[in-house]
Each structure stands twice: as C-alpha cells, then as structure tokens.
Ligand binder design. Structure first.
Ligand SMILES: NC(=O)c1ccc[n+]([C@@H]2O[C@H](COP(=O)([O-])OP(=O)(O)OC[C@H]3O[C@@H](n4cnc5c(N)ncnc54)[C@H](O)[C@@H]3O)[C@@H](O)[C@H]2O)c1
Ligand SMILES: [Zn+2]
Length: 353
C-alpha cells in the first residue's frame, strides 16, 4: 500500500491510499459511520458487488456523462441525501471519474455546511488528477466548472485495478494529463524523484499499462506536493495548467466532441512547446523529444484545423488572461516549465502553424 499525505498550512489533511483491489478491502480504511455513495449508471452496472456493500437507501446513482454535471443533477443528489436525513457526522463517497467526483465534492462541501468527503476515483484522469486537490463544481450554460469550491477529501482511495474496465479513449484522456506531469515534474518537485519523462520515454508503450501503479503514484505525489504548497492556486498550482490555455480553445472549437480533454491538452503542449522554440526558450532537440513522446502515446494523431484567429480569440477569453495579456506556461528545460506573461499575439499565431 502506498500512502501520500497532503497537509496544508491551514491544517487541511488528505490521505491518498493506492492499493490494488481496494474496491474489495476499502472498508478496512473507513471509520464506523454512515456513508452515502454517489456513483453513476455505468459504474453501478460494472461494479454491483461494490455497490451492494452500501445500504440501498444510501446509494445515489446519477446519469453518466459530462452533460449531467449540472445544477439539475446537483439538486437531485441534494434531495436524495436530505430525504435520507444525512447528518453532519456522516460522509459522502464519490465513486467515479471526474464528473462524479466534482459533483459529489461540491455537494459534500455545501450540504449542511460541509460533510466529510471520500474520493474513490475510477478513471486514470481522476486517479492522477481530479480527485486530488479539492477542486469541486459543476457546469452551467455559461461555461464549465463555473460553480464550485475548494474542498479536500479526507481520503482518496485509489484502486488501479478499476482501470481494467476503462476503454481506450478514456485511458488516452488520462494519459494526456500523465504526460503533462512528465513535462512539469521538476517544477513541481526539484528532486524529480520519479523522472516520469525518462520513464515514459524509455518504456515500451505496452509495459506502461502494467506499470499503472507507478504512474499513478508519481502523478498523485506531484499533485499532492503542488496542492500542499498552494491549495488555492495563488502561484505554484498554476503549473498544472500547462497546455490547458490552448486546450480549452481547441475543446470549445470542436464542441467538446472531436478531441478528448487529454488529446486537447497534448495538442496544447505541442503548440506551447513550439512557441518556446520560437521564443528561443528551449532547443529544437528538446522540442523534438516532446513531440516524439506525444506521438508515442498517440495523443496528437488527430489533425486539428482551426482558424488561428479563432484559437487566439478564445485564448484571450481564458481565465488565465490578465489585463488582456496572455499568460502562458512554456517549457523551459526537460521536465520544467515557466510562466510567461505578456506574450505577443503574432508569436502565438506562429506557434499554431
Ligand atoms: N477537480 C479537478 O481538479 C479536475 C481536474 C481535471 C478534470 N476535472 C473534471 O473531470 C471531468 C472529467 O473526468 P473523467 O475524464 O474522469 O470523465 P468521466 O467522469 O465522465 O468518466 C469518463 C467515462 O468513463 C466512465 N468510467 C469511469 N470509470 C470507469 C471504469 N472504471 N470503467 C469503465 N468506465 C468508467 C464514466 O462513466 C464515463 O462514461 C470533467 O468534468 C473535468 O472538468 C476536474
Ligand atoms: Zn486537464
């Protein structure tokens, strides 16, 4: 069992446990209290033996999909919990990917002014990223994740075996974020103890599947480190957005259909790296290494063709824009990135070629 602790200066503590088969043994790690389970229809079908461990009236099953990460589902869950008389000493378990995790997390932060939250992530993206660090929320017609809170789970239970049922598309989505961690590792943690970049470069792609435990542990440790230092994204935590300003434009322009989030991030990393070459920040050699790794994991196979002006306009609308100047994270050296403000628009357009 691997254990990673997040302990912030405000006395917020989160414990990440990583162990195969936790879905059958998790109760050993829980206290004797009432637990309400929130999951979705797909997972309820895939893992009935897990669901049966909870009393039926404390299991809330929502519809599957990003489009249900909305206020209606939020209200539905609230009503179910209140009907079953949830109390402040009870806890909520979120069993699912980022959608279930974000929604259940927001519920836990707001119902009765906050009840304990346990994240039980089931996708690679959720295991490596979304279940850790306390960002919760849901979407509105005005945009993604516009309602939300920072609310850390007391425990994050990670069972890598749950990935056996995940399809290739969703695995790729998670791998986009995994590669992001490889490109920022040294900026998260100077010691670069996992050397994820090297690991992903050296390993056969097929082996990577068998080494998910290592990959998840590396990413979870890096996220924990960043969140411990900067829970509310005042500084360091911004590095987790590497590739994301471009990615958000690509996702919007493709209507969230053509590319998975991970693929959009990978394309974003590609263009941010190109910009770093244009600006003479990294060598052509490192740029080639970045592209080779993105290609190895088939993350930039799909060709994207958007009008440069549309991409740039959307980038200007991004949350990371301050005073109409684009702040962008660019690679500076292997496994390191830096935040550059005031990037000129012609260079950004040139990076999109
Ligand atoms: N809170 C954060 O810090 C943070 C960070 C990144 C992303 N997010 C959010 O996460 C969401 C995306 O998360 P996601 O990629 O996990 O998507 P998701 O939750 O929609 O899951 C993807 C699909 O995989 C299915 N699935 C989940 N686990 C499975 C399993 N073990 N086997 C088979 N199928 C399984 C789901 O039912 C769904 O159909 C977005 O809403 C995004 O905004 C949040
Ligand atoms: Zn992301």
């Amino acid at each position: 069992m691997d254990k990673i602790i997040i302990a912030t200066s405000e006395n917020i503590k989160s414990e990440i446990l990583i162990q195969e088969d936790l879905k059958n043994t998790f109760q050993e790690h829980l206290e004797d209290k009432k637990y309400f389970l929130i999951t979705n229809t797909k997972l309820a079908k895939l893992y009935p033996e897990f669901i049966y461990k909870f009393s039926t009236n404390r299991v809330i099953i929502i519809k599957d999909g990003e489009k249900y990460k909305n206020i209606k589902t939020f209200e539905y869950i609230l009503n179910q919990l209140l009907k079953e008389k949830i109390e402040r000493k009870d806890a909520i378990i979120a069993f699912g990917g980022g959608v279930v995790g974000d929604l259940a997390g927001y519920i836990a932060s707001s119902i009765l002014r906050g009840v304990e939250l346990i994240q039980f992530p089931t996708t690679l993206l959720a295991m490596c990223d979304s279940s850790i660090g306390g960002k919760t929320g849901f979407n509105t017609k005005y945009g993604k994740n516009l309602i939300g809170s920072f609310y850390c789970a007391s425990k994050i239970l990670i069972d890598p075996l749950l990935l056996n049922t995940l399809n290739k598309y969703e695995l790729k989505c998670g791998m986009g974020e995994v590669l992001k961690y490889a490109f920022i590792e040294k900026s998260c943690n100077k010691t670069c103890e996992y050397n994820l970049l090297n690991f992903l470069q050296e390993n056969q792609k097929e082996d990577v599947k068998r080494q998910m435990d290592f990959i998840i542990k590396a990413c979870a440790t890096l996220k924990a480190k960043v969140v411990t230092n900067d829970r509310l994204e005042g500084g360091l935590r911004k590095i987790l957005n590497f590739g994301h300003t471009y990615a958000h434009s690509f996702e919007t322009l493709s209507n969230y259909k053509k590319l998975s989030h991970g693929e959009a991030v990978a394309h974003g990393i590609k263009h941010a790296s190109k910009l770093a070459v244009i600006k003479d920040i990294i060598s052509n050699d490192y740029y080639k290494q970045i592209i080779a790794l993105l290609e190895k994991y088939e993350l930039i196979d799909k060709k994207i063709k958007f009008k440069k002006e549309d991409v740039v306009n959307l980038m200007l609308q991004d949350k990371k824009v301050e005073n109409s100047k684009i702040n962008l994270l660019l690679p500076t050296a292997p496994a390191e990135v830096g935040l550059f403000d005031n990037i000129d628009l012609p260079s950004i357009e040139a990076s999109l070629l």
